[in-house]
Design a protein around this ligand. Structure first.
Ligand code: BJW
Ligand code: ZN
Length: 235
């Protein structure tokens, strides 16, 4: 019996909720290149601009709801004795769908901290288009997300690498697998002997390295998959 199942998700999982992806046509990076916005230098150069972009995305993320793909993953957590959900997403939708064992590799847009004294700020007025200043020290407040050139959170990355290496089955869902080190996780899992499955609407740079690719929308494929797993387990 399959005991250890791990999943890596990316922006595609939230696409059907209405959250734009990064690298698809119509995605975020069509208007703004990542190096313009998702790095610390850009923030220091024009904090109000980068801040207003995150405020815009907070607005979107507060309006949207988890989709059937998120809910199916939350159900899978209840089915398998060991289930790790590793996400690159910062949008909280896995949590809102009921998943609990979540490892966030790229942070969370609802958390923010002062770049000087590291005080955290969770309640952000989304109307505020200019960057907020720390009430303790006056430092700039930034979102607690991982920008290019920044280290991923050490504990989370270690957990993800161990889970990948220890999986019987590893799912890679809705990610272009172009951003490292997250993109290495499916490869770590495959090399360690996991049955590696990708779910995506398009082929990706890692498709040929994996055992199986299920082509289609995660919000459609994942509920069908959960249904099948339940049928197999009931027989
Ligand atoms: C659907 C669907 C549907 C659509 N159903 N599917 C090794 C080689 C080269 C470079 C590097 C390297 N190691 C590190 C680097 C540098 C860099 C990097 O990876 N660069 C690459 C671009 C080459 N990495 C870093 O800098 C990382 N830090 C690091 O490595 O630290 C150590 C270090 C420091 C300094 C020097 C060297 C090492 C940090 C990476 C941080 C990434 N941050 C972002 C922004 C987060 C905050 C924010 O949101 O604003 O994270 S970038 C962005 O990309 C975001 C995402 O989490 C991440 C991945 O994107 P994702 O989720 O895959 O989205 P898309 O749009 O790319 O793909 C969507 C997919 O869904 C597509 O495939 C669609 O087909 C599919 N899809 N609808 C199913 N309905
Ligand atoms: Zn401060």
């Amino acid at each position: 019996m399959l005991k250890k199942v791990s999943v890596l998700t990316g922006a595609g999982v939230s696409a059907e909720s209405g959250v734009p992806t990064f690298r698809d046509p119509g995605g975020i990076w069509e208007k703004f290149r990542p190096e313009q916005l998702a790095n610390f230098e850009a923030f220091m150069k024009d904090p109000d601009f980068v801040w207003s972009w995150y405020q815009h995305r907070r607005e979107i993320m507060r309006e949207v709801k988890p989709n059937n793909g998120h809910f199916a993953l939350a159900e899978m957590e209840k089915i398998f004795p060991s289930f790790s959900l590793i996400t690159q997403n910062i949008d909280n939708l896995h949590y809102r769908a009921g998943s609990r064992n979540i490892t966030e590799l790229h942070g969370n847009i609802e958390r923010n901290y002062c770049i000087k004294c590291r005080t955290f700020f969770h309640e952000i007025d989304i109307q505020e288009k200019k960057v907020l200043k720390c009430t303790n020290c006056g430092g700039l407040i930034r979102p607690d997300v991982v920008w290019f050139g920044e280290m991923l959170p050490v504990k989370e990355l270690k957990y993800a690498e161990n889970a990948a290496a220890d999986s019987d089955v590893f799912f890679t869902i809705g990610t272009s697998a172009e951003v490292y080190p997250a993109a290495l996780l499916p490869i770590i899992a495959k090399r360690a002997g996991a049955y590696s499955v990708e779910i995506n609407i398009n082929p990706t740079v890692i498709s040929f390295d994996l055992d199986e690719t299920l082509t289609g929308k995660s919000a459609e494929i994942l509920p069908e998959l959960v249904q099948k797993i339940k049928e197999i387990r009931n027989n």
